[in-house]
Design a binder for this molecule. Structure first.
Ligand code: PRT
Ligand code: ZN
Length: 212
């Protein structure tokens, strides 16, 4: 029988909860330090440990059958894959923020402004629906320092507690999207793999119901 190949974030905010979920489903595996792959000893599943940004593309290409990513990453990469389960962990939001001292009344503030973000596609879609045209600067990290160094007048970044914005002299002004971890799947899975995926989702449902 072929294995269901599951892409999990190698190290980061999704990793621990993703691994815990499989353990709680009774799926045993040994993920020793720095391993790129792991095979379960009691379920036909193989884990691939990757950067979260690579997961949607690997699932679309069939390198992995399913994966766990934040909804923010899923939406940004716009791959032809399906969300098969909302997992309830790694909750956060993608928000627009501006320097604390700015007078902000509504979204029209951003008309013609520069906005730094790692999520240009989601941001563009959001601004389009609001009828706002802005200059979007894509940067891959440390987005919150962009206003302070004169790169942008606002940012669009992930917020959880809000303390990163606060410590960089920024205030959150609009929520662009809410996010949580989701399981995504290749839309072209074989019948055999669909059966395995359904068995897995059945177990996940029992685990998540037990938590409510
Ligand atoms: O190395 P790799 O590319 O795999 O990881 P990564 O650094 O891109 O991602 P990682 O591990 O930081 O986050 C993975 C996912 O966790 C994200 O895509 C979100 O779906 C989710 N998540 C939940 C968060 C946060 N909370 C979060 N707080 N992702 C990032 N942050 C960052 C944010 O970018 C900002 O710098 O934390 C800071 C804000 O946190 P607060 O608490 O100060 O508001
Ligand atoms: Zn990433």
């Amino acid at each position: 029988m072929s294995n269901l190949k599951v892409a999990i974030q190698k190290s980061g905010r999704l990793s621990e909860d993703s691994l815990r979920l499989f353990k709680e489903c009774g799926i045993k595996f040994n993920n020793g330090a720095k391993k790129l792959k792991a095979q379960s000893s009691n379920f036909p599943i193989e884990f691939l440990f990757l950067r979260d940004d690579d997961i949607p593309g690997y699932v679309e290409d069939g390198i992995a059958d399913i994966g766990i990513v934040g909804q923010n990453v899923h939406e940004e990469y716009q791959k032809q894959i399906e969300v098969v389960k909302h997992l309830g962990f790694s909750r956060c939001r993608l928000s627009l923020a501006v320097p604390r001292e700015e007078k902000y009344s509504d979204i029209s503030f951003f008309e013609g402004k520069n906005i730094a973000t790692s999520y240009p596609n989601i941001l563009k879609k959001f601004l389009d629906t609001k009828g706002i045209t802005a200059e979007i600067h894509q940067i891959s990290g440390s987005v919150e320092i962009a206003p302070g160094i004169g790169l942008a007048e606002g940012i669009c970044d992930i917020v959880s507690s809000g303390s990163t914005l606060l410590s960089n002299g920024l205030k959150e002004v609009e929520t662009v999207m809410k996010s949580e971890a989701v399981m995504v799947a290749d839309s072209k899975l074989s019948d055999e793999k669909r059966v395995l995926l359904n068995q897995l989702i059945f177990r996940i449902n029992s685990v998540l119901e037990g938590k409510n």
